[in-house]
Ligand binder design. Structure first.
Ligand code: ASP
Length: 342
């Protein structure tokens, strides 16, 4: 949340790493406890840190919030910065609109390339069929029943038009397997087609794309249970609850990039004492499941933003009008830029 270097945060994020003990350390440990086959338990591994490629979105969001508050406090003095960032944001939205037009072609080729890489799709489904079906059923149930019901109960509206309006970001999420790649399209669709206030969309969606991953959490739990069953590990109710909790935490830790969930699943496997290498059991089908879970992740973020928008309607109406803070469509018209030009 607090990046030491902002420029670095745009391209790298920090993560803790466990240092695997050397053979000598293992040997010393065995002698110490007097057991020839003992291994140093994971909780005794040393912990260190490492910077990995991929931006630190949470850090950037936290900085932006604080910076935004400070600019607001500066009143007239801060106006120039406000205008700069508003213009920058609009420029990116215009760029996004161009990409929106190209995305169906891009998505089509991305999927075609993946299918051509496969040797035999039916053999793959035969081996991992029930696992695939379970994850798919869970994802569909969550996306089209649970999320829809939550939206209906809180907003008191059917969400089908709302969902139809975000079909393009959903297709992009499916095509790219990345919530972050779909993010600009999600923001554009929510603001322009679903009328979500930019202050809500631009705050909720970047956070959602990074930490709210319903599809990933669901898949990680199913995958860990599947692997445990393949390995013959029996799971009691306690282990299943532990898996659910770690799967949720692991999904929060996963970045919005392709197959990030597969990496953080090591954490879930560890809770039930399974080795990290066991992810290889599900790796073959992961590229496909990743597309579905990413789509549900983006759907969850979008419906969440719609709910926040509904719940904050009155508060938003009281804060200075959006046009004062960020030129939405009305201002853009004045500047001669048509919001619907593309
Ligand atoms: N690809 C997913 C996303 O971007 C993350 C994952 O489950 O691997 O939302």
């Amino acid at each position: 949340m607090f990046p030491p270097n902002l420029v670095q945060a745009a391209g790298f994020h920090y993560r803790t790493v466990l240092i695997t003990p050397t053979a000598e350390q293992e040997e010393a440990y065995r002698q110490k406890i007097g057991n020839d086959s003992a291994k140093i338990p994971v909780h005794m591994f040393e912990i260190s840190g490492q910077y990995k490629e991929n931006s630190n979105i949470t850090g950037l969001v936290v900085f932006s919030i604080v910076f935004g508050i400070v600019i607001g406090m500066m009143k007239d003095q801060g106006k120039i910065l406000l205008q700069f960032f508003t213009a920058m944001s609009e420029a990116v939205m215009h760029l996004t609109r161009i990409v929106i037009w190209l995305s169906p072609v891009g998505v089509c080729f991305l999927i075609a390339a993946k299918i051509l890489e496969l040797k035999s799709f039916s053999v793959l489904l035969g081996q991992l069929g029930m696992y695939f079906v379970t994850v798919m059923l869970g994802i569909m149930l969550h996306g089209f029943v649970v999320l829809v019901l939550i939206y209906m109960v809180i907003v008191r509206e059917l969400p089908f038009r709302y969902i139809a309006n975000i079909s393009q970001p959903l297709a992009t999420a499916f095509g790219t397997s990345s919530s972050s790649a779909a993010l600009p399209l999600t923001i554009a669709a929510l603001e322009e087609k679903n009328g979500v206030d930019p202050r809500v969309a631009r705050f909720v969606l970047p956070i959602g794309a990074t930490i709210n991953m319903d599809g990933t959490a669901l898949y990680e739990a199913v995958a860990a249970i599947f692997i445990a069953q393949v390995r013959g590990v029996s799971l009691g109710i306690g282990s299943i609850i532990a898996i659910s909790i770690t799967a949720t935490a692991a999904s929060i830790g996963a970045a919005g990039i392709p197959q990030a969930g597969l990496v953080t699943m090591v954490m879930v496997l560890d809770t039930v004492g399974l080795p990290a290498e066991d992810v290889s059991l599900i790796i073959a089908i992961d590229w496909l499941l990743d597309r579905f879970r990413t789509t549900i992740n983006v759907l969850g973020d979008s419906l969440g933003a719609g709910i926040v928008n509904h719940l904050s309607k009155h508060e938003l109406a009281k804060i200075p009008p959006a046009t004062d803070m960020m030129p939405a469509k009305a201002d853009m018209g004045e500047n001669g830029i048509e919001a619907t030009a593309m």
